[in-house]
Design a protein around this ligand. Structure first.
Ligand SMILES: Cc1ncc(COP(=O)(O)O)c(C=O)c1O
Length: 454
């Protein structure tokens, strides 16, 4: 392995230079931030949208590009935190939304489109029954409640360092500091927010990813109270961490033998890494699947579903509610996205673009001798600034933050819009072209050269 040549002085210098350049290119975003801060906490609509020294405010999107309020245009690899696999303003999605706008955008009564969408999700994920919701958080919140009811056991098992939305049950050990009582054997249920009632942590236990032994031990000791296990089959809130061969199948086996409802949170992996997400990709069928983001073609929608005997608990006293569930506008957009845009040809294109990007970036890293690696999974991929492939959250903490931070500003200043944070990854849309990919690769190649040549 090549030793990293980049020094902290170099990355610090590049970061300072690039932040100054960012500020000079985005004065209107700076002014908008002043206004927004007075009206909204952090000046943004979600705390995940914060930026330093201020976030970029967007004006429009078209195809693979977005344009900010200063008129700077970027190739979009952020893609709405992974929700825009169809790309911006796709003609088929636009048509569906316009049609829905003309025929009524909300009834709170079920339509035939809801059934068509349920059939499509069934086809992709083997969900026998589906319930629509409005976001990924709602999907995981309802799925966890349903799983607890179905198993008759209250404790939820969750993976260390995973994010499943912002409701209390899953807000433990999202970014644990590891200094609050955790041991190698037993990770601590550390809350990710103030305002979560003390005592709630008793109902969420934590295990590390890719660790069959820890799971076996936890279930052997606490299987009588653990009723549900939620996991991202590929961890996508730590860059990308893939499951080790056989791991998911073993989790499936252990959940079955301990009467634990197995929930795949496919909010990020669903319809992106394959038509049927990780469920199809790895050939492991969970009891429930949670979906959101890219299933909606850019509108807010989520869904959870799976085994009929579990879903039918909703007919026996499990609340699963929502005024906007199955909203005609979102469902029309979702149907168009899944049946007209994200077709088998589209998945071929996404895979080709993804591999071109990952291989191009890996070649740039290797040429410059930067100790980092890329991951390539359909339209998702990442650059992880660590020489070693990561296995779980504790590895993720060893990443070189300074290399990531400097690269983010370097790339945005040269027309590449990425998610703000090393815990994220790129999302390519069906509208990305080889030229879009090559721009990213070339700009990243220049970054690798600059960071190692000082
Ligand atoms: C894996 C995963 N699950 C759930 C969620 C929550 O989805 P939403 O932001 O739509 O509530 C996210 C959001 O990033 C996610 O990455």
């Amino acid at each position: 392995m090549t030793a990293p040549k980049a020094t902290h002085e170099t990355t610090k210098h590049i970061l300072e230079q690039e932040v100054a350049r960012y500020e000079s290119r985005t004065p209107k975003s700076a002014a908008m931030y002043e206004r927004a801060e007075a009206l909204m906490p952090f000046g943004v609509a979600s705390s995940f949208q914060v930026g330093d020294p201020y976030p970029i405010y967007m004006a429009s999107g078209n195809g693979s590009h977005v344009t900010d309020i200063d008129g700077n245009t970027y190739v979009d690899y952020h893609n709405g935190f992974g929700a825009m696999a169809v790309g911006h303003a796709h003609p088929k999605v636009r048509e569906a939304i316009e049609r829905a706008a003309k025929t009524g955008t909300h009834f709170a009564a079920t339509t035939e489109d809801d059934l068509l969408l349920a059939e499509e999700l069934n086809r992709r994920f083997g969900m026998e029954k589906v319930r629509f919701v409005n976001s990924g958080s709602e999907a995981t919140m309802d799925a966890v409640r349903l799983a607890r009811a179905a198993s008759g056991k209250d404790v939820l098992l969750k993976i260390e360092g995973s994010y499943h939305g912002h409701h209390d049950a899953v807000m433990y050990s999202v970014v644990p500091t590891m200094d609050s009582g955790s041991t190698e054997e037993r990770a601590w249920s550390e809350p990710f927010s103030r305002g979560i009632p003390r005592g709630t942590e008793q109902h969420t236990m934590i295990v590390p990813f890719n660790d069959v032994e820890a799971l076996e031990k936890t279930l052997a000791e606490h299987g009588d109270v653990i009723g549900a296990m939620i996991m991202e089959p590929v961890m996508m809130n730590l860059g990308i961490i893939v499951p080790q061969p056989g791991y998911l199948a073993k989790v499936r086996e252990l959940c079955t033998s301990h009467n634990v409802v197995m929930i795949f949170d496919e909010v990020k992996t669903g319809v992106t890494i394959a038509a049927g997400g990780a469920t199809e990709y790895f050939g492991v069928q969970p009891d429930l699947v949670c979906l959101a983001k890219s299933i909606g073609g850019g509108t807010p929608i989520g869904a959870f579903g799976g085994r009929a005997n579990i879903m039918d608990e909703i007919e026996h006293g499990v609340a699963a509610l929502g005024t906007f569930n199955g909203n005609p506008l979102s469902v029309a957009s979702s149907l168009a996205a899944l049946t007209e845009v994200l077709t088998p040809d589209a998945y071929e294109h996404l895979a080709k673009m993804g591999t071109r990007l990952a291989q191009g970036c890996q070649a740039a890293l290797d040429k410059a001798g930067v100790g980092a690696h890329t991951t390539d999974l359909g339209c998702k991929g990442s650059i992880t600034f660590s020489e070693r492939k990561l296995v779980h959250y504790r590895d993720f903490q060893t990443i070189d933050d300074s290399l990531f931070d400097a690269s983010w500003y370097w790339l945005i200043n040269r027309g590449i819009f990425q998610t703000p944070g090393k815990e994220e990854q790129w999302t390519i849309s069906v509208q990305h072209t080889e030229d879009d990919i090559d721009l990213f690769v070339n700009v990243f190649d220049d970054y690798c050269q600059s960071v190692t040549s000082a």
